[in-house]
Ligand binder design. Structure first.
Ligand code: FAD
Length: 376
Protein backbone atom coordinates (compact mmCIF):
# COMPACT_ATOMS: atom_id res chain seq x y z
CA UNK A 1 0.00 0.00 0.00
CA UNK A 2 1.51 3.36 -0.98
CA UNK A 3 1.91 6.00 1.69
CA UNK A 4 3.40 8.48 -0.76
CA UNK A 5 2.11 12.03 -0.93
CA UNK A 6 4.31 12.77 -3.97
CA UNK A 7 4.74 11.02 -7.29
CA UNK A 8 7.98 12.58 -8.56
CA UNK A 9 11.29 13.88 -7.19
CA UNK A 10 14.54 15.33 -8.50
CA UNK A 11 17.78 14.71 -6.64
CA UNK A 12 20.60 17.18 -7.30
CA UNK A 13 23.91 15.41 -6.68
CA UNK A 14 25.06 11.84 -7.34
CA UNK A 15 27.26 11.35 -4.29
CA UNK A 16 26.34 8.78 -1.66
CA UNK A 17 23.52 10.87 -0.13
CA UNK A 18 21.86 11.67 -3.44
CA UNK A 19 22.09 8.14 -4.84
CA UNK A 20 21.08 6.46 -1.58
CA UNK A 21 18.01 8.73 -1.27
CA UNK A 22 17.15 8.22 -4.95
CA UNK A 23 17.18 4.45 -4.76
CA UNK A 24 15.05 4.48 -1.61
CA UNK A 25 12.50 6.79 -3.27
CA UNK A 26 12.47 4.57 -6.36
CA UNK A 27 11.84 1.54 -4.12
CA UNK A 28 8.83 3.44 -2.76
CA UNK A 29 7.48 3.86 -6.28
CA UNK A 30 8.36 7.55 -6.68
CA UNK A 31 9.44 8.60 -10.19
CA UNK A 32 13.00 9.94 -9.64
CA UNK A 33 15.57 11.85 -11.70
CA UNK A 34 19.15 12.44 -10.47
CA UNK A 35 20.98 15.47 -11.89
CA UNK A 36 24.77 15.48 -11.48
CA UNK A 37 27.28 17.91 -12.94
CA UNK A 38 29.70 15.11 -13.87
CA UNK A 39 30.00 11.36 -13.49
CA UNK A 40 28.51 9.86 -10.29
CA UNK A 41 30.82 9.88 -7.23
CA UNK A 42 32.94 12.73 -8.59
CA UNK A 43 32.68 14.73 -5.33
CA UNK A 44 33.60 13.97 -1.71
CA UNK A 45 32.29 10.40 -2.09
CA UNK A 46 35.01 9.69 -4.64
CA UNK A 47 37.84 10.77 -2.31
CA UNK A 48 36.66 9.66 1.15
CA UNK A 49 38.44 7.72 3.87
CA UNK A 50 35.06 6.00 4.39
CA UNK A 51 35.78 4.58 7.81
CA UNK A 52 32.49 3.19 9.17
CA UNK A 53 32.40 4.11 12.81
CA UNK A 54 30.90 5.87 15.79
CA UNK A 55 34.14 6.14 17.74
CA UNK A 56 34.91 8.77 20.41
CA UNK A 57 32.47 11.41 21.71
CA UNK A 58 29.48 13.11 20.10
CA UNK A 59 25.81 13.84 20.81
CA UNK A 60 23.66 10.83 21.62
CA UNK A 61 21.25 11.28 18.67
CA UNK A 62 24.26 11.45 16.34
CA UNK A 63 25.73 8.30 17.89
CA UNK A 64 22.41 6.49 17.46
CA UNK A 65 22.17 7.57 13.83
CA UNK A 66 25.69 6.34 13.13
CA UNK A 67 24.99 3.00 14.78
CA UNK A 68 21.90 2.62 12.58
CA UNK A 69 24.18 3.51 9.66
CA UNK A 70 26.58 0.72 10.59
CA UNK A 71 23.62 -1.64 11.00
CA UNK A 72 22.56 -1.08 7.37
CA UNK A 73 26.11 -1.81 6.21
CA UNK A 74 26.12 -5.02 8.23
CA UNK A 75 22.97 -6.11 6.42
CA UNK A 76 24.59 -5.25 3.09
CA UNK A 77 27.76 -7.07 4.11
CA UNK A 78 25.71 -10.20 4.84
CA UNK A 79 24.49 -10.03 1.21
CA UNK A 80 28.04 -9.57 -0.08
CA UNK A 81 30.22 -11.45 2.44
CA UNK A 82 33.20 -11.68 0.07
CA UNK A 83 33.08 -8.07 -1.17
CA UNK A 84 36.48 -6.41 -1.45
CA UNK A 85 34.74 -2.99 -1.22
CA UNK A 86 32.98 -3.43 2.15
CA UNK A 87 34.88 -4.88 5.08
CA UNK A 88 34.33 -5.10 8.82
CA UNK A 89 37.90 -5.81 9.90
CA UNK A 90 37.89 -3.33 12.78
CA UNK A 91 39.46 0.03 13.54
CA UNK A 92 42.55 0.82 15.62
CA UNK A 93 43.24 4.25 17.04
CA UNK A 94 45.82 5.93 19.21
CA UNK A 95 46.73 9.49 20.16
CA UNK A 96 49.96 11.46 20.37
CA UNK A 97 52.03 11.19 23.53
CA UNK A 98 51.10 14.63 24.85
CA UNK A 99 48.58 16.35 27.13
CA UNK A 100 45.80 15.96 24.51
CA UNK A 101 45.96 12.15 24.64
CA UNK A 102 42.38 11.08 25.42
CA UNK A 103 42.59 7.33 24.85
CA UNK A 104 41.64 6.57 28.47
CA UNK A 105 38.57 8.85 28.39
CA UNK A 106 37.52 7.72 24.90
CA UNK A 107 37.74 4.07 25.92
CA UNK A 108 35.65 4.62 29.07
CA UNK A 109 33.07 6.58 27.11
CA UNK A 110 32.79 3.94 24.40
CA UNK A 111 32.40 1.19 26.99
CA UNK A 112 29.65 3.23 28.73
CA UNK A 113 27.69 3.20 25.43
CA UNK A 114 28.24 -0.48 24.80
CA UNK A 115 30.43 0.41 21.78
CA UNK A 116 32.69 -2.59 21.25
CA UNK A 117 36.16 -1.46 22.38
CA UNK A 118 39.39 -3.02 23.64
CA UNK A 119 42.16 -0.93 25.20
CA UNK A 120 45.55 -2.49 24.48
CA UNK A 121 49.24 -1.73 24.92
CA UNK A 122 51.08 -1.67 21.59
CA UNK A 123 52.69 -5.05 22.28
CA UNK A 124 49.25 -6.75 22.38
CA UNK A 125 47.88 -5.29 19.16
CA UNK A 126 49.22 -8.04 16.87
CA UNK A 127 47.01 -10.50 18.75
CA UNK A 128 43.83 -8.72 17.59
CA UNK A 129 44.72 -7.27 14.17
CA UNK A 130 47.64 -7.78 11.75
CA UNK A 131 49.97 -5.45 9.91
CA UNK A 132 50.47 -2.68 12.49
CA UNK A 133 53.86 -1.32 13.55
CA UNK A 134 53.46 -1.79 17.31
CA UNK A 135 56.46 0.42 18.06
CA UNK A 136 54.60 3.45 16.61
CA UNK A 137 51.85 3.10 19.24
CA UNK A 138 52.26 5.57 22.10
CA UNK A 139 52.66 4.49 25.73
CA UNK A 140 49.01 5.30 26.54
CA UNK A 141 48.01 2.39 24.27
CA UNK A 142 45.48 1.99 21.48
CA UNK A 143 41.75 1.27 21.22
CA UNK A 144 40.69 -1.56 18.94
CA UNK A 145 37.05 -1.42 17.82
CA UNK A 146 36.28 -4.80 16.23
CA UNK A 147 32.87 -3.69 14.93
CA UNK A 148 34.20 -0.95 12.66
CA UNK A 149 34.88 -1.20 8.96
CA UNK A 150 35.22 0.65 5.67
CA UNK A 151 33.45 0.95 2.35
CA UNK A 152 34.56 1.94 -1.12
CA UNK A 153 31.88 4.52 -1.91
CA UNK A 154 32.29 4.62 -5.72
CA UNK A 155 31.64 0.86 -5.85
CA UNK A 156 28.64 1.17 -3.53
CA UNK A 157 27.25 4.08 -5.57
CA UNK A 158 27.63 1.99 -8.74
CA UNK A 159 25.77 -0.90 -7.12
CA UNK A 160 22.93 1.35 -5.92
CA UNK A 161 22.67 3.00 -9.35
CA UNK A 162 22.21 -0.42 -10.98
CA UNK A 163 19.20 -1.11 -8.78
CA UNK A 164 17.96 2.47 -9.32
CA UNK A 165 18.13 2.01 -13.07
CA UNK A 166 16.30 -1.35 -12.86
CA UNK A 167 13.54 0.45 -10.92
CA UNK A 168 13.21 2.99 -13.74
CA UNK A 169 15.20 5.88 -12.18
CA UNK A 170 16.74 8.44 -14.56
CA UNK A 171 20.31 9.75 -14.26
CA UNK A 172 21.27 12.95 -16.11
CA UNK A 173 24.99 13.75 -16.05
CA UNK A 174 25.81 15.86 -19.07
CA UNK A 175 24.00 19.15 -18.53
CA UNK A 176 26.26 21.18 -16.19
CA UNK A 177 25.27 22.52 -12.77
CA UNK A 178 21.65 22.13 -11.72
CA UNK A 179 19.51 24.20 -9.37
CA UNK A 180 16.06 23.98 -7.83
CA UNK A 181 13.26 25.99 -9.44
CA UNK A 182 11.06 27.71 -6.86
CA UNK A 183 7.73 29.35 -7.63
CA UNK A 184 5.25 30.78 -5.17
CA UNK A 185 7.11 29.51 -2.11
CA UNK A 186 7.33 25.92 -3.27
CA UNK A 187 9.71 23.89 -5.37
CA UNK A 188 8.39 22.93 -8.80
CA UNK A 189 11.40 21.02 -10.09
CA UNK A 190 14.97 21.70 -11.16
CA UNK A 191 16.83 23.00 -14.17
CA UNK A 192 20.33 22.47 -15.51
CA UNK A 193 22.85 25.00 -16.80
CA UNK A 194 22.18 23.69 -20.31
CA UNK A 195 18.50 24.55 -20.00
CA UNK A 196 17.02 21.12 -19.23
CA UNK A 197 13.90 21.42 -17.05
CA UNK A 198 12.75 18.63 -14.78
CA UNK A 199 9.37 19.27 -13.10
CA UNK A 200 8.88 17.42 -9.80
CA UNK A 201 6.86 17.45 -6.58
CA UNK A 202 10.02 17.45 -4.46
CA UNK A 203 13.70 18.34 -4.87
CA UNK A 204 16.54 17.00 -2.70
CA UNK A 205 19.70 19.11 -2.54
CA UNK A 206 22.58 16.62 -2.06
CA UNK A 207 25.49 18.48 -3.61
CA UNK A 208 28.00 17.80 -0.83
CA UNK A 209 30.25 20.82 -0.11
CA UNK A 210 28.04 23.01 -2.35
CA UNK A 211 24.89 22.60 -0.22
CA UNK A 212 25.27 25.72 2.02
CA UNK A 213 25.99 28.00 -0.95
CA UNK A 214 23.11 26.60 -3.00
CA UNK A 215 20.69 26.78 -0.07
CA UNK A 216 21.78 30.41 0.48
CA UNK A 217 20.82 31.18 -3.13
CA UNK A 218 17.26 30.34 -2.06
CA UNK A 219 17.59 32.47 1.09
CA UNK A 220 18.19 29.50 3.43
CA UNK A 221 21.01 29.48 6.00
CA UNK A 222 23.04 26.33 6.65
CA UNK A 223 26.14 26.72 8.83
CA UNK A 224 29.23 25.64 6.93
CA UNK A 225 32.52 24.36 8.35
CA UNK A 226 33.73 22.68 5.14
CA UNK A 227 37.55 22.49 4.89
CA UNK A 228 39.65 21.48 1.88
CA UNK A 229 40.62 17.84 2.30
CA UNK A 230 43.16 15.56 0.69
CA UNK A 231 42.98 11.82 0.11
CA UNK A 232 45.96 9.91 -1.26
CA UNK A 233 45.46 6.45 -2.71
CA UNK A 234 48.54 4.25 -2.94
CA UNK A 235 49.42 1.75 -5.60
CA UNK A 236 48.49 -1.83 -4.62
CA UNK A 237 50.99 -3.74 -2.51
CA UNK A 238 51.02 -7.00 -0.60
CA UNK A 239 50.59 -6.00 3.03
CA UNK A 240 48.70 -7.67 5.92
CA UNK A 241 47.07 -4.51 7.37
CA UNK A 242 43.28 -5.02 7.57
CA UNK A 243 41.96 -2.56 10.17
CA UNK A 244 41.39 1.15 9.56
CA UNK A 245 44.14 3.01 11.46
CA UNK A 246 43.51 6.41 13.01
CA UNK A 247 46.81 7.66 14.34
CA UNK A 248 48.12 11.09 15.37
CA UNK A 249 49.69 11.91 11.98
CA UNK A 250 47.78 9.80 9.45
CA UNK A 251 44.67 7.69 8.90
CA UNK A 252 45.18 4.58 6.78
CA UNK A 253 42.50 2.31 5.41
CA UNK A 254 42.70 -0.67 3.11
CA UNK A 255 41.13 -0.23 -0.33
CA UNK A 256 39.99 -2.72 -2.98
CA UNK A 257 42.79 -4.55 -4.78
CA UNK A 258 45.49 -4.11 -2.12
CA UNK A 259 45.75 -0.31 -2.23
CA UNK A 260 45.58 1.95 0.83
CA UNK A 261 43.84 5.31 1.27
CA UNK A 262 45.63 7.93 3.39
CA UNK A 263 44.15 11.01 5.03
CA UNK A 264 45.52 13.68 7.39
CA UNK A 265 44.23 17.18 8.14
CA UNK A 266 47.76 18.61 8.47
CA UNK A 267 48.66 17.37 4.98
CA UNK A 268 45.64 19.15 3.48
CA UNK A 269 46.43 22.33 5.45
CA UNK A 270 50.12 22.39 4.52
CA UNK A 271 50.09 20.73 1.12
CA UNK A 272 47.10 22.10 -0.80
CA UNK A 273 46.72 25.62 -2.20
CA UNK A 274 43.65 26.79 -4.08
CA UNK A 275 44.48 28.52 -7.36
CA UNK A 276 42.58 31.60 -8.57
CA UNK A 277 41.08 29.43 -11.38
CA UNK A 278 39.45 27.18 -8.74
CA UNK A 279 41.91 24.29 -9.19
CA UNK A 280 44.42 23.12 -6.58
CA UNK A 281 48.23 23.01 -6.33
CA UNK A 282 49.60 20.08 -4.35
CA UNK A 283 52.99 20.17 -2.62
CA UNK A 284 54.95 17.00 -3.48
CA UNK A 285 57.08 17.21 -0.33
CA UNK A 286 53.94 17.11 1.82
CA UNK A 287 52.67 14.07 -0.10
CA UNK A 288 56.05 12.37 0.45
CA UNK A 289 55.83 13.19 4.18
CA UNK A 290 52.29 11.73 4.34
CA UNK A 291 53.46 8.50 2.68
CA UNK A 292 56.31 8.30 5.21
CA UNK A 293 53.88 8.75 8.12
CA UNK A 294 51.69 5.95 6.74
CA UNK A 295 54.63 3.61 6.16
CA UNK A 296 55.74 4.29 9.75
CA UNK A 297 52.49 2.96 11.27
CA UNK A 298 52.44 -0.11 9.01
CA UNK A 299 54.37 -3.26 9.84
CA UNK A 300 57.68 -3.53 7.98
CA UNK A 301 57.68 0.13 6.93
CA UNK A 302 56.54 -0.70 3.35
CA UNK A 303 57.42 1.39 0.32
CA UNK A 304 54.24 3.30 -0.57
CA UNK A 305 53.72 4.94 -3.95
CA UNK A 306 51.00 7.35 -5.03
CA UNK A 307 48.38 6.09 -7.47
CA UNK A 308 45.87 8.93 -7.19
CA UNK A 309 45.29 12.12 -5.21
CA UNK A 310 41.82 13.51 -4.53
CA UNK A 311 41.38 17.10 -3.37
CA UNK A 312 38.28 19.16 -2.61
CA UNK A 313 35.79 20.12 0.07
CA UNK A 314 34.98 17.74 2.93
CA UNK A 315 31.33 18.59 3.73
CA UNK A 316 31.10 19.57 7.42
CA UNK A 317 28.16 21.52 8.85
CA UNK A 318 28.98 24.55 11.01
CA UNK A 319 28.07 22.77 14.25
CA UNK A 320 29.44 19.39 13.15
CA UNK A 321 26.08 17.60 13.23
CA UNK A 322 24.19 16.35 10.16
CA UNK A 323 21.76 18.69 8.37
CA UNK A 324 18.87 16.65 6.98
CA UNK A 325 15.25 17.15 6.03
CA UNK A 326 12.86 19.78 4.73
CA UNK A 327 13.80 23.41 4.19
CA UNK A 328 10.52 24.39 5.74
CA UNK A 329 10.31 27.85 4.18
CA UNK A 330 10.17 26.29 0.70
CA UNK A 331 7.60 23.52 0.34
CA UNK A 332 8.95 20.36 -1.23
CA UNK A 333 12.63 21.34 -0.90
CA UNK A 334 14.91 19.01 1.14
CA UNK A 335 18.63 18.85 1.98
CA UNK A 336 21.22 16.29 3.02
CA UNK A 337 24.54 17.77 4.17
CA UNK A 338 26.88 16.01 6.58
CA UNK A 339 30.30 14.84 7.48
CA UNK A 340 30.64 11.07 8.05
CA UNK A 341 28.53 10.58 4.98
CA UNK A 342 30.10 7.18 4.38
CA UNK A 343 28.90 5.88 7.76
CA UNK A 344 25.53 7.62 7.32
CA UNK A 345 25.12 7.02 3.58
CA UNK A 346 22.60 4.18 3.66
CA UNK A 347 20.58 5.21 6.72
CA UNK A 348 20.31 8.88 5.76
CA UNK A 349 19.02 7.98 2.31
CA UNK A 350 16.47 5.68 3.89
CA UNK A 351 15.21 8.22 6.45
CA UNK A 352 15.21 11.15 4.05
CA UNK A 353 13.26 9.14 1.46
CA UNK A 354 10.74 8.31 4.23
CA UNK A 355 10.28 12.05 4.84
CA UNK A 356 10.20 13.11 1.19
CA UNK A 357 7.79 10.40 0.05
CA UNK A 358 5.40 10.65 3.02
CA UNK A 359 5.73 14.34 3.85
CA UNK A 360 6.34 13.13 7.38
CA UNK A 361 9.10 13.61 9.97
CA UNK A 362 11.24 10.73 11.14
CA UNK A 363 12.04 10.96 14.88
CA UNK A 364 15.68 9.97 14.38
CA UNK A 365 16.25 13.19 12.42
CA UNK A 366 14.57 15.48 14.99
CA UNK A 367 17.78 17.19 16.16
CA UNK A 368 19.30 17.48 12.67
CA UNK A 369 16.82 19.90 11.10
CA UNK A 370 18.20 22.62 8.80
CA UNK A 371 16.14 25.36 10.47
CA UNK A 372 18.34 25.24 13.57
CA UNK A 373 20.71 27.60 11.71
CA UNK A 374 17.98 30.14 10.96
CA UNK A 375 17.86 31.22 14.60
CA UNK A 376 21.61 31.67 15.16
C1 FAD B 1 39.13 13.18 2.85
C2 FAD B 1 37.78 12.75 3.39
C3 FAD B 1 37.72 11.81 4.40
C4 FAD B 1 36.48 11.38 4.89
N1 FAD B 1 36.45 10.40 5.83
C5 FAD B 1 35.25 9.88 6.19
C6 FAD B 1 35.21 8.76 7.07
O1 FAD B 1 36.24 8.22 7.47
N2 FAD B 1 34.00 8.25 7.42
C7 FAD B 1 32.82 8.78 6.97
O2 FAD B 1 31.77 8.29 7.31
N3 FAD B 1 32.84 9.86 6.14
C8 FAD B 1 34.02 10.41 5.74
N4 FAD B 1 34.06 11.48 4.91
C9 FAD B 1 32.81 12.16 4.57
C10 FAD B 1 32.04 11.53 3.44
O3 FAD B 1 32.88 11.10 2.41
C11 FAD B 1 31.05 12.59 2.91
O4 FAD B 1 30.25 13.02 3.99
C12 FAD B 1 30.16 12.05 1.81
O5 FAD B 1 30.92 11.46 0.77
C13 FAD B 1 29.32 13.19 1.27
O6 FAD B 1 28.51 12.70 0.24
P1 FAD B 1 27.53 13.71 -0.50
O7 FAD B 1 26.64 12.88 -1.32
O8 FAD B 1 26.94 14.65 0.49
O9 FAD B 1 28.48 14.66 -1.38
P2 FAD B 1 29.39 14.38 -2.69
O10 FAD B 1 29.97 13.03 -2.68
O11 FAD B 1 30.33 15.54 -2.77
O12 FAD B 1 28.36 14.44 -3.86
C14 FAD B 1 27.77 15.62 -4.32
C15 FAD B 1 27.65 15.54 -5.83
O13 FAD B 1 26.93 16.69 -6.28
C16 FAD B 1 27.54 17.15 -7.46
N5 FAD B 1 27.16 18.57 -7.60
C17 FAD B 1 27.61 19.64 -6.89
N6 FAD B 1 26.97 20.77 -7.28
C18 FAD B 1 26.11 20.39 -8.25
C19 FAD B 1 25.16 21.09 -9.02
N7 FAD B 1 24.92 22.42 -8.88
N8 FAD B 1 24.44 20.41 -9.96
C20 FAD B 1 24.62 19.08 -10.13
N9 FAD B 1 25.50 18.36 -9.40
C21 FAD B 1 26.23 19.01 -8.47
C22 FAD B 1 29.02 16.90 -7.25
O14 FAD B 1 29.72 16.87 -8.46
C23 FAD B 1 28.98 15.55 -6.55
O15 FAD B 1 29.00 14.49 -7.47
C24 FAD B 1 35.28 11.94 4.38
C25 FAD B 1 35.34 12.89 3.35
C26 FAD B 1 36.58 13.28 2.85
C27 FAD B 1 36.61 14.27 1.71
Amino acid sequence: MTENIISSAVIIGAGIFGVSTAVQLARRGVCVTILNDGPPANGASGRSLSWLNSARMRSEPYHRLRMAGIDRYRTLSARFPDANWLRFDGGLTWDADDERNEIDAAYRYEVSLGYDAQWLPGADVAAVTPGVNASAITSQGAIFNPGEGWVDLPTLIGLLLKEYSRLGGALVTDQGAARAVIEGGRVVGAETAMGGRFPADAVVLATGPAVPRMAAESGQTIGDGTPIALLVQTKPLAHPLRAVLNTPRVAVRPAPGGAFSLDADWAADEGVRRRPDGGFDIDDTVIAALLAEAANVMEGNPKLEVARIGVGGKPIPGDGEPVVGALKAIKGYYVAFSHSGATLGLILGELLAFEVARGDEHPMLATFRPERFAFR
